[in-house]
Design a protein around this ligand. Structure first.
Ligand SMILES: Nc1ncnc2c1ncn2[C@@H]1O[C@H](COP(=O)(O)OP(=O)(O)OP(=O)(O)O)[C@@H](O)[C@H]1O
Ligand SMILES: [Mg+2]
Length: 502
């Protein structure tokens, strides 16, 4: 892509390389934000940051073969770029245009792969997996961009961020197109929207789950947080699908919006009826869609909020032309790593691993499970070290209030003394006598805590392992030991099932 074309399309200003004339014929073949990642021919995006200006790393980038530099007037004025060896593309808002520029360089890949964006405070990962499962049931070649992993036609890439930086994202879409991917469900965080990481992306569908108090460390208040999420609905999504169970969702509705709600009284296009759940946490219900469409389905995920996620996924799948039978097949066979993930080894109670690691998330998950549990709720919970210490007693309280038995254990202690973290959780737990018996125990060793929880369970109970979700390691003093809640829970359940047979 000629730099002059980028300058014209982005409405920027060209400063030719020192000694070159205005008819600059430089072309670029990629875009990167980090000087260390530059490959010959790349456009290096030298953006202003909180601590440093990318322009200060221009030497490294140019030495590595950067063919041109995108920066702001401040960056262009830095001594380092005063007499540039490569052309500069100067723009007042380089971060804002970087997504478009990257998209142009990579051939606007989101026009060739259907990007299905999902935003909201919770349920993004779950909904993305539900959508992917339905697409696969329909035989489509899928990608996935999310918190847990990034997938390209069956190949797994580890995810560092919920949404990659703009150049990485466009390169990823281009790779997907190359590999024959036709549809990519994607989690879109409010950070990504407000930092312009998804600029340049055309969304075939933009979907909204819900909004609750979260990430207020980054956004000033709920209005600003909502405004960031609402950017997915500023015209960049061809079809908009919105959960209208909350007032926030309702404000996004236009005459073209496809609406989704658990509450049929809202008049939403997609609702559910005949909800039922089994003692091992599976759910069944009838999806009701536009034009009298009814789809009987089952869902292996417990909790009423997962019915909403399933409805949202069904509406998205319907937009992409997936048939009702395939929607049902996808929902009933979904596997979501560490999000209300049921572990079934033939035991006669519900056992669930969930990533909930904030007070509100713990409360919500436990409320959802309580509503579907006839017996006791037995919870295993710890808190991470080197993170917000204020939430520890609150998590202890949220869990104790809603559990018949709470076993306080270690999460990722990191550099902290695990006993002190447990003491803080216990202080919150013990301060609030639970209506459900509220027995509280302390077992530091997470494996033992999980085994103990399982040993207490009887038919009709629920065992809930909170906090680490899909994680595969436990960080103790900076050393990450292999540890999977799912595997430990499965092993304990197998032992219990075997024991009961003998
Ligand atoms: N629709 C929902 N409403 C409320 N809570 C939900 C909903 N879906 C999932 N949850 C709860 O929130 C937790 C996070 O779910 P999930 O990972 O699907 O959300 P997310 O939006 O991807 O979160 P993150 O911002 O951490 O990536 C789950 O473990 C579950 O306890
Ligand atoms: Mg997520």
């Amino acid at each position: 892509m000629p730099v002059t074309t980028l300058v014209a399309r982005a409405d920027g200003r060209l400063i030719p390389a020192a000694g070159a004339d205005r008819g600059d014929e430089t072309t670029v073949s990629g875009a990167v934000l980090r000087a260390q990642q530059v490959r010959p021919g790349d456009l290096f995006a030298a953006l202003p940051g909180a601590r440093a200006h990318g322009a200060d790393f221009a030497d490294e980038a140019i030495a590595a073969g950067a063919a041109a530099v995108l920066t702001d007037p401040d960056g262009a004025a830095r001594p380092r770029l005063a007499e540039p060896e490569v052309p500069l593309l100067v723009h007042d808002d380089p971060r804002g245009v970087l997504g478009d520029i990257a998209a142009w360089i990579y051939g606007e890949p989101s026009l060739d792969v259907a990007v299905l964006g999902i935003t909201g405070t919770s349920g993004k990962t779950t909904t993305a997996y539900l959508v992917e499962s339905g697409l696969r049931a329909a035989g489509r070649t899928t990608g996935l961009v999310g918190t847990v992993e990034t997938r390209v036609a069956g190949e797994r890439l580890a995810s560092a961020f919920t949404t990659p930086e703009a150049p990485d994202l466009q390169a990823l879409f281009a790779l997907m197109v190359e590999r024959g991917v036709t549809h990519v469900p994607m989690e879109v965080s409010s950070h990504a929207l407000s930092l312009g990481r998804v600029n340049g992306t055309r969304f075939t569908v933009g979907a909204f789950t819900n909004l609750s108090q979260d990430h207020l460390d980054f956004h000033r208040d709920m209005e600003e947080y909502f405004a960031a999420k609402a950017l997915l609905f500023d015209g960049r999504s061809t079809t908009e699908v919105v959960v209208i169970d909350t007032a926030w969702g309702q404000t996004l509705v236009t005459p073209q919006t496809i609406t989704v709600a658990l509450d049929a009284g809202t008049g939403a296009a997609w609702t559910a009826s005949d909800l039922d759940s089994t003692p091992t946490g599976e759910q069944s219900f009838t999806l009701r869609g536009p034009g009298g469409l009814t789809i009987p389905t089952s869902l292996p995920l417990p909790g009423e909020f997962n019915v909403v996620n399933a409805l949202l996924a069904a509406a998205i799948l319907d937009v992409t032309g997936v048939e009702p039978e395939q929607i049902a097949a996808g929902l009933s066979s979904v596997q979501v790593p560490g999000r209300m993930e049921r572990v079934d080894e033939g035991q006669r109670f519900t056992a669930v691993v969930d990533y909930a690691h904030k007070p509100a998330a713990v409360a919500l998950a436990l409320d959802a499970l309580r509503a579907q549990t006839s017996g006791k709720v037995i919870t295993v919970l710890g808190c991470g070290g080197d993170r917000d210490a204020g939430k520890r007693p609150l998590m202890g309280e949220a869990a104790a209030r809603r559990s018949d038995v709470l076993i306080v254990t270690d999460d990722n202690p990191r550099s902290e003394d695990p006993a002190e973290i447990r003491a803080a959780v216990l202080a919150g737990a013990k301060g609030h006598g639970a209506p459900h018996g509220g027995e509280v125990a302390e077992i530091g060793d997470r494996r033992e805590a999980i085994a103990h929880a399982v040993s207490l369970a009887a038919p009709g109970d629920t065992v809930f392992i909170a906090g680490k979700g899909h994680e595969t390691g436990q960080d103790v003093g900076g050393v990450v030991h292999p540890f999977s809640d799912r595997d430990e829970l499965a092993a304990a359940l197998r032992a219990a099932v075997e024991g009961a047979r003998l």
